[in-house]
Design a binder for this molecule. Structure first.
Ligand SMILES: [Zn+2]
Length: 289
């Protein structure tokens, strides 16, 4: 039986981070699991409210649990960006290992109040569950955006991070440190990269001493990711890069096999395309140069 908290603490001791990849279907789950299995590294799969609605909360939990059990493998499941306590409770009852309770759009005091309530309720369902809270603004939508949002004003400060962690009792904090959900077109084309505020990450880590998640990791400069992990990031979220690879793999299959109708002959192209991204990100998070 693998325990997420232990796996995260061990990985922190080793100076590594756990890759978190969003899944919305079996193609993404197969690709992420196969990549982690090949590299023999723990992995988190996550599903947002929309992704959970598509796959089914309990169905998703059953799939991930079946992989963990059959292969005795440290694969864990996260309820990503959960905006209501009702949906958070559904995920906790279904057996998710961790929940991102996201009230970051609310004013600070309300965010604190709602997150503290979520921590108490979720831990009463499963005392081992890890609850992640979020402050600051990193934009919304793991999609391709036309324009970059203005993230300057929404950056997390070490003082508010400390206050937020202490008054909510969260296990994991998701700060805004230059990261952003989604990618710009220029990032998909590889012309630009996201850059992170490494000093801010180090200051937040030393002020809070909690586990830290970097959301919106797609399209981030590799060296910045390495430095962010060294500065205290424990989990890195990648979604849009996988979605882009999923679509490209599928398009490729439909072009190469125009008359094919057998799903298990078409979809492996998408699995392979997603695997290439997941494998390369997992290598980086796990210390490969
Ligand atoms: Zn996110």
């Amino acid at each position: 039986m693998h325990v997420l908290r232990d796996v995260l603490e061990q990985s922190q001791k080793n100076g590594l981070a756990i890759g978190h990849f969003n899944i919305a279907d079996m193609v993404l789950l197969k690709a992420v699991f196969a990549s982690a299995q090949e590299l023999k590294v723990p992995v988190l799969v996550g599903a947002s409210e929309g992704e959970r609605e598509f796959m089914g909360v309990r169905q998703l939990a059953a799939l991930v649990r079946s992989l963990q059990e059959e292969f005795d493998f440290p694969i864990f499941l996260n309820a990503d960006h959960t905006h209501s306590l009702v949906k958070a409770v559904d995920a906790a009852k279904a057996g998710f290992d961790t929940i991102v309770f996201d009230a970051s759009a609310l004013p600070f005091e309300q965010n604190v109040r709602q997150t503290r309530e979520a921590v108490e309720t979720l831990k009463s369902i499963n005392p081992a569950i890890l609850v992640e809270g979020e402050i600051g603004d990193i934009g919304t939508g793991s999609e391709i955006h036309e324009e970059a949002p203005d993230l300057e004003k929404g950056l997390t400060t070490p003082v508010e991070a400390k206050q937020y962690v202490e008054s909510t009792g969260i296990d994991i904090l998701a700060p805004a440190v230059g990261n952003m959900h989604g990618m710009l077109k220029s990032m998909v084309q590889g012309e630009t990269r996201k850059r992170l505020d490494i000093a801010r990450i180090a200051q937040i880590k030393s002020a809070t001493r909690v586990l830290l998640t970097l959301h919106g990791g797609s399209g981030t400069d590799d060296e910045d990711l390495r430095k962010a992990i060294a500065a205290g990031i424990n989990i890195v979220h990648i979604n849009t890069e996988l979605r882009v690879a999923w679509r490209h793999g599928l398009e490729d299959a439909l072009v190469k096999r125009p008359d094919e109708v057998v799903p298990y002959k078409i979809l492996p192209f998408a699995v392979e395309s997603v695997k290439q991204v997941a494998r390369s990100r997992l290598r980086l998070f796990n210390g490969a140069k």
